[in-house]
Structure formats: structure tokens, C-alpha cells
Ligand binder design. Structure first.
Ligand code: PLP
Length: 376
């Protein structure tokens, strides 16, 4: 049987990983500044992570939400503490799209409204509602098409205010990434985020902070939206949360009240996934990885801004976009095949850095040296 061929894959077979390094089938070592799309937060095969998962597996691999699962409560407490959102509650699921889908549904259940505001270049997932709120017509199937999503220009406060003035009482939620990832590392302005908060309060809509890629410490704060000093009503998390073990979640403000049966999942919050997520937070706290993301991230941003060939450097912490002129379109490929460094990309010609949060200054320097060689 062949694989259903939907991915534009790099022709390298990865079989092993330790920390910020991965190895291919031939034993070639690579520096990993991509982490499989921002997923590797504490490094590959971290010993504490492997130990915690193994020990959980030896006790209990799975049970569903038909019973109490004590590790879920432990995880909720840890996430409340590390995020500072101690009065929010946690709903666990399996992926980023599922987290956003549930967030959009929850908002709609709560205010009984249908319209969603999303933004140009946004990516929120591939389930029916999240894909409809994603700014990419190529991945929206006819069955996903809906009039319920209003797309506005990102960071355009006037457009936001005008739309609320016209449709305010129909709007259920506004969904926004603190830093757009797939859209090319575009930071949401702090005043823009604060205006979303203000308008949602005024019109009874819910503010959903999609933190799937920019959250979980990557930006140098637990949530990139926290830079705006306002709280969202729902934060969605996934990617870095499980360091590769599929898990996602919603942090839900006390404003939103649960009702039995309104959300649900078979696999979400299973003991193994919770053990993985607990191991991640334990290492994040112990090794102060959010601070490291801020420090190494600032260093990378400063150094990159010195490189004249680069058109623009964007981002915060360890979520960095490097926009290159069209003649340097092979840079990412050359970094892989000539310098053995994995990075991500975004269209049209943007290199995306999404390394583990414990990347060292030395590893950052290896990348800077290789990039300077390529951009000479
Ligand atoms: C901002 C954002 N939201 C949602 C998703 C969807 O997450 P998943 O692929 O886990 O469904 C992604 C994935 O890249 C993302 O970057």
C-alpha cells in the first residue's frame, strides 16, 4: 500500500533525535530548528520525558473520560500555574484543530451566535469550522464553505471597529493568533489585541487566542497574547504541549460555564498524553525554558537584523520569520543539504525558525554562521 500523497516532503528519512539534533537513515546528523512544525519544545527524547511516559505506560496506557483520571487534574493545576490563568478551567483534546473547533463551538453555545471574525493569513486548522476560519481557499472543501466567517485585514483596528459597529450583536467570537505562524510569522499588534478585548466585552463576543503555535512559552511569555496585557476568554494549546505526543487543550475563562455533554472526546486527556504534557511542564519549569526562549530568541533576532541581505526579520522569542529576496529561494534547501540544518518555511520566501525552547546560544551560532555563508 502507498501513502496517500498529500505532503510536500523533504527527501530525508529521519529516524533518531536527541535534544536539538536529529539523524537520518544514513547516520547524518542535523541541527533541528524546526521541531516538526513547532512541536518539539523540550528537545527530542528528553530523558525525563522518556522516563515519565514509560512509567505511565507500565501503570496504565489508556482509559476514557468515563472515569476520573487523576493525572488530568495534576496537569490542569500545572498549566494553571505556569500560564498564570489559575481561575480558568482545562478541556483536553488531541490536536490544534480540535482545540480551535471546540473553542469556536463553545463560544457559540455560550452566546447563541453564529458569526466568527478571523484575519487575513490566519491558519486555525483543517476541521470543518477551523478550516473555514483559515485564510486559504485551496484547503476549504465545498462542504466546509460557510457565510459565518468574516475575514478582516490583520492588525487593522478600523476594519475591526467598523465590522463590530455593523454586526456586533451577531458576532460569536474573534479568533486570532498572537503571532501568525503558517501565515509567515506576523506579530499581532498589542493595541490590536487590546481592541479585540474591548470590542468583545462591549458586544458580548468571545476572544479566542489561538496559541497552538505561538503559545506554550515559545514567544518568551507563556502566551504571546500576554504581551498585550489583556486576557482572552479561551486560549487554545497543542503542538509544544506534548513534545510530540498528540495532545491539545482549551483554557476556558470562568465566564464560560460547562454543561454535561457539550464537548467530548474518546482519546483527549488520556493518561499517556497527560504524562507527556506533565513531563514537558516539569522540564520547562526546572530549566526555566521560557526565559531561555526569550534570551536566545532576542539574540537571534538582533543578530539576524544585522544581516543586510535579509528583507525583514519578524517574531518574538523562538518564533522567528526571516523574509528573503526572491533570488535566495533555495536557502532553506541549501541549509538542509549543505549545512545539515532543518528550518521551516512560509510562502513566498520566508524561513521559519521554531526550535526547541532549550536551544543553546552555541546552536544558534551554528545557524547564524551557515545562514551568513548562504546569503553572501
Ligand atoms: C496557529 C495554528 N492553529 C491551529 C493549527 C492546527 O493544529 P493541528 O495541526 O494540530 O490540528 C496549527 C497548525 O499548524 C497552527 O499553526
Amino acid at each position: 500500500m502507498d501513502l496517500f500523497d498529500v505532503y510536500a516532503r523533504t527527501d530525508v528519512g529521519i529516524v533518531k533525535g536527541i535534544g536539538s539534533h536529529i539523524w537520518d537513515e544514513r547516520g547524518q546528523k542535523y541541527l533541528d530548528l524546526f521541531g516538526g512544525h513547532a512541536v518539539i519544545s523540550i528537545g527530542h527524547t528528553h530523558p525525563h520525558y522518556v522516563k515519565r511516559l514509560t512509567s505511565q505506560l507500565n501503570n496504565l496506557g489508556f482509559y476514557s473520560n468515563s472515569v476520573k483520571i487523576p493525572v488530568q487534574q495534576q496537569l490542569a493545576e500545572k498549566i494553571g500555574h505556569i500560564s498564570g490563568k489559575t481561575d480558568y478551567s482545562l478541556f483536553l483534546c488531541n490536536s490544534g484543530a480540535e482545540a480551535n473547533e471546540n473553542a469556536l463551538k463553545l463560544a457559540s453555545f455560550a452566546n447563541g451566535r453564529k458569526k466568527i471574525i478571523s484575519f487575513k493569513n490566519a491558519f486555525h486548522g483543517r476541521t470543518s469550522l477551523t478550516v473555514a476560519a483559515t485564510d486559504n481557499p485551496n484547503i476549504i472543501a465545498p462542504v466546509n464553505e460557510t457565510d459565518n466567517v468574516i475575514f478582516l485585514p490583520h492588525n487593522d483596528i478600523d476594519a475591526l471597529q467598523n465590522t463590530f459597529a455593523q454586526h456586533g450583536r451577531e458576532i460569536s467570537s474573534v479568533i486570532v493568533e498572537g503571532i501568525q505562524g503558517v501565515g509567515g510569522i506576523r506579530v499581532s499588534d498589542l493595541h490590536f489585541l487590546a481592541t479585540i478585548r474591548w470590542l468583545c466585552n462591549k458586544y458580548g463576543a468571545y476572544f479566542i487566542a489561538d496559541s497552538i503555535q505561538c503559545g506554550y512559552g515559545r514567544s518568551g511569555l507563556f502566551f504571546a497574547h500576554d504581551y498585550a496585557r489583556v486576557n482572552a476568554d479561551i486560549y487554545t494549546i497543542a503542538k509544544g504541549m506534548g513534545n510530540g505526543f498528540p495532545i491539545g487543550g482549551l483554557l476556558i475563562s470562568p465566564k464560560l460555564k460547562p454543561e454535561q455533554g457539550m464537548l467530548g472526546t474518546t482519546f483527549g486527556g488520556n493518561p499517556l498524553a497527560c504524562a507527556a504534557a506533565l513531563a514537558v511542564i516539569e522540564i520547562m519549569e526546572q530549566d526555566k525554558l521560557i526565559d531561555n526562549a526569550a534570551m536566545v530568541g532576542n539574540y537571534l533576532l538582533q543578530e539576524l537584523k544585522e544581516i543586510k541581505t535579509i528583507q525583514e526579520v519578524r517574531g518574538k522569542g523562538l518564533m522567528i520569520g526571516i523574509e528573503l529576496p526572491p533570488e535566495f529561494s533555495n536557502t532553506r534547501t541549501n541549509l538542509i543539504h549543505k549545512h545539515y540544518i532543518f528550518t521551516g518555511e512560509a510562502k513566498p520566501n520566508i524561513i521559519r525558525l521554531l526550535p526547541a525552547l532549550n536551544i543553546s546560544f552555541k546552536e544558534a551560532d551554528v545557524f547564524l554562521k551557515a545562514l551568513k555563508t548562504e546569503l553572501k
